[in-house]
Design a protein around this ligand. Structure first.
Ligand code: SAH
Length: 223
């Protein structure tokens, strides 16, 4: 597998899996054509990096299906100067896509080892200066840097965490999968002053968000 091979496969992924469906946002298409998804996966998975599927990344977590990444990013309706909060860094692939499109991204991950690995590869690829990395529980968002124009959650919540809605700017969009384990739905919540608009986008399957009572995995590592 040489470098060209990956580039060809990536172009094919964008053509078939994204353009071939309903992804029309040019920034999303360009970002996904550029970012080397295989580098965010364990090397033994590289031959599957441009398949139409999620893949394991360790600690029982997954890197999302390319189409799902594209759908969620498109649904955020990003502008270059938008301030973006991501909950669930995981492999860091979605973080890279966001950093291709906007100037600055804040990303929160509850599993420190995953965050460290993601940070390593994102820095190696030159995105480090655009990203703040935090270990923490995404249910409470990241208040220090609020408000955000866009918030993306890449693990499934039981219900929409109120803190995330509070941390949206006026006109801000929150894209989040809700419901577990079955019948998850991807929602977009748009804040307009004191009101919110809720839209159901599509059915989806994500790993569950770790709840407050389970957070001992992060307590030990918080810095
Ligand atoms: N966007 C990632 C998806 C990773 S899977 C990717 O494509 O690689 C979901 C991630 O959410 C996992 O890394 C998991 O550890 C993290 N997560 C789960 N519950 C969380 C919580 N309460 N706060 C922050 N991150 C959480």
């Amino acid at each position: 597998m040489d470098f060209m091979d990956f580039e060809t496969r990536r172009k094919e992924m964008v053509r078939v899996q994204l353009r071939g469906r309903d992804i029309t946002d040019r920034q999303v298409l360009m970002a996904m054509e550029k970012v080397p998804r295989h580098l965010f996966m364990p090397v033994e998975m590289w031959n599957k990096a441009y398949d139409d599927a999620p893949a394991p990344i360790g600690e029982a977590q997954t890197i999302s299906q390319p189409y799902m990444v594209a759908c969620m990013t498109q649904a955020l309706q990003l502008g270059k100067t938008d301030r973006v909060l991501e909950i669930g860094t995981g492999s860091g692939y979605q973080t890279a896509i966001l950093a291709e499109i906007v100037d600055y991204v804040y990303t929160v991950e509850i599993r420190p080892r995953l965050l460290d690995r993601a940070r390593g590869i994102l820095e190696e690829l030159g995105y480090g200066h655009k990203i703040t990395f935090r270990v923490g529980n995404g249910h409470i968002g990241y208040e220090e840097e609020a408000p955000y124009d866009a918030i993306i959650v890449t693990a499934a919540a039981d219900s929409v965490p109120p803190a995330l809605v509070t941390q949206l700017a006026d006109g801000g969009r929150l894209v989040i999968p809700v419901g577990y384990p079955e019948h998850q739905i991807l929602y977009r919540i748009t804040r307009r002053g004191d009101y919110t608009k809720q839209e159901q986008l599509l059915g989806c399957i994500f790993v569950p968000m770790v709840r407050d009572k389970d957070v001992n995995i992060s307590d030990r590592y918080i810095r």
